[in-house]
Design a protein around this ligand. Structure first.
Ligand code: ZN
Length: 225
């Protein structure tokens, strides 16, 4: 064995194990964790789920069909999760780390119960970038020409109107749909009264300057000609 490469291999394995733990904490299935970390499913099962009753079960998501028939709130939350994922990928994070970071952020910004599971987010990201269990890109992120939000749409969609934008529809329904209101509650604006705001400071400075000018003007000696 090449001893000089051992520390790098140990480091890579530690990173993979940390990632696996993070995925499990977010509710990922073993199959998903194995795809994201490259670690064998059997090892993951032993390490992460010593209590076999706790293994997440059920049919894995199949997002290309699901998304286009999903309800408005599911589509809005799927779009939010994928926009966060895309931002982290664009910032240079590898897709597995970007997915974990984006999913944590998604759970922080959307109200529980969260409609997008970690496995769903994994499947959506895979079908957006042609990764993990597929090489086919079924989705792209598209900017709405009306509200300028970015949303998930069928790959190759060119948004000429806001017809498919879930965020425009959320705004339209907001006043009459209690489910939409509960999912996206109005949050009070932060109290900024104690924070020195730029404009206020500028006004204060300019007031002080004007006062100083007036005082200085009073004291100014008439110019001798
Ligand atoms: Zn829109």
């Amino acid at each position: 064995m090449d001893a000089s490469r051992a520390p790098a291999r140990i480091e890579a394995r530690l990173q993979a194990l940390k990632l696996a733990q993070a995925c499990a904490e977010l509710g990922a299935r073993v199959r998903t964790i194995a795809a994201l970390t490259g670690l064998p499913a059997r090892e993951l099962l032993e390490l992460l789920f010593p209590d076999r009753q706790a293994v997440p079960r059920g049919r894995p998501p199949a997002s290309p069909d699901w998304y286009h028939t999903a309800n408005l709130l599911n589509r809005a939350e799927a779009s939010i999760a994928m926009v966060l994922y895309r931002r982290l990928c664009d910032a240079g994070f590898p897709p597995p780390e970007a997915l974990v970071g984006a999913y944590r952020h998604y759970r922080g910004v959307c109200e529980p119960p969260h409609r997008i599971s970690f496995d769903r987010a994994f499947d959506l990201a895979g079908h957006t970038d042609g990764l993990w269990f597929t090489t086919v890109r079924s989705f792209s992120l598209v900017a709405c020409p009306a509200c300028h939000s970015t949303f998930l749409a069928a790959c190759g969609t060119i948004a000429l109107s806001n017809e498919e934008c879930p965020f425009c529809k959320l705004v339209q329904r907001y006043g009459t749909d209690p489910r939409v209101q509960a999912s996206f509650p109005v949050r009070p604006l932060a109290d900024l009264s104690g924070v020195p705001l730029g404009v206020r400071e500028l006004l204060r400075d300019s007031t002080l300057r004007s006062a100083a000018d007036v005082e200085g003007g009073d004291r100014r000696e008439p110019r001798s000609s």
